[in-house]
Design a protein around this ligand. Structure first.
Ligand SMILES: [Zn+2]
Length: 284
């Protein structure tokens, strides 16, 4: 099985995670730039971070057999901090880089006027740079936030097939499906979405334009949730080809719209030793 995790923050993860992900079948990841927990106090902190996403992290990933790409943006939370908004002026320089496969993650956190401004401006940057966008939906007031996000996306004029709306659940999947945007689902250890709920969404709404990610970061999260969801799909009767569509071909198709995703060819039968929810290492 081959897996592409389309949303994971590897900067916050260990080399043990990279090893376990490889053993579980993960061969490619996209790391969106995001909020680091500790507030940044200057634009320079962003550029150092973007440079790490473009240089150091792909190097680290490659040591474990995993191909790494990123997305860059001013995240929704820091869009509210005047010390950070200057990053919008340096983004064009980063959006020109080969390893950047989308603008993201952008969107709403608290739905303030400052967030409106940053979202609209970055959707425009995506159009100008001919890149897809990764849009985060807020964890509070999710249905309201998602609806408003879709309105802003529509007004921006960006084609919906170039937009991935992430962190969806049972309440928001239908409105995003109707919009023509791609649908992302983040599977977490104990809150929000689980692998069983994900399987039910795929049964009810189909597998077209759907992406599954772990969104693993510095909080309690699990970088193997992609594989665990794939296992849950198989247990529920989905066949290997459908699992491959959701876990590999869909994210490749979405980020491939950047024109920059020339991954080394990975075959679906390049399988890893992984049974149930624990990793079996060779020789044991
Ligand atoms: Zn994220």
């Amino acid at each position: 099985m081959r897996i592409f995790d389309p949303h994971i923050h590897m900067t916050s993860r260990t080399t043990d995670d990279y090893e376990a992900m490889y053993a579980a079948g993960v061969r490619a990841v996209v790391e969106p730039s995001f909020w680091l927990g500790q507030p940044r106090t200057s634009v320079d902190s962003f550029t150092d971070y973007f440079d790490a996403l473009l240089g150091w992290e792909p190097y680290r990933a490659a040591q474990f057999g995993i191909q790494h790409r990123c997305t860059v943006a001013l995240n929704p939370k820091e869009a509210n901090d005047p010390r950070c908004t200057g990053v919008l002026d340096v983004l064009p320089r980063y959006l020109a880089k080969d390893r950047v496969v989308a603008v993201g993650e952008i969107g709403y956190d608290s739905m303030t006027p400052e967030e409106d401004e940053a979202l609209a401006r970055q959707l425009q940057l995506a159009v100008e740079h001919d890149l897809p966008v990764l849009v985060h939906t807020p964890h509070r007031d999710k249905a309201v936030g998602t609806r408003r996000t879709l309105d802003v996306v529509r007004e921006s004029g960006i084609p919906p097939e170039r937009v991935l709306v992430d962190h969806l659940n049972e309440l928001t999947v239908a409105m995003v499906a109707d919009s023509g945007c791609w649908m992302g689902f983040s599977i977490y250890p104990d809150t929000k979405m689980s692998e069983d709920r994900m399987v039910r969404i795929l049964q009810e709404h189909g597998t077209e334009r759907k992406l599954v990610n772990s969104a693993a970061d510095w909080g309690r999260s699990d970088p193997l949730k992609t594989r665990k969801t794939a296992n849950a799909m198989l247990a529920a009767g989905f066949d290997d080809d459908t699992v491959d569509q959701v876990m590999w071909r869909n994210p490749v198709a979405f980020y491939g719209q950047s024109g920059r995703l020339d991954l080394e060819d990975i075959k679906a039968d390049d399988t890893a030793l992984f049974e149930g929810n624990s990793i079996k290492r060779g020789g044991e």
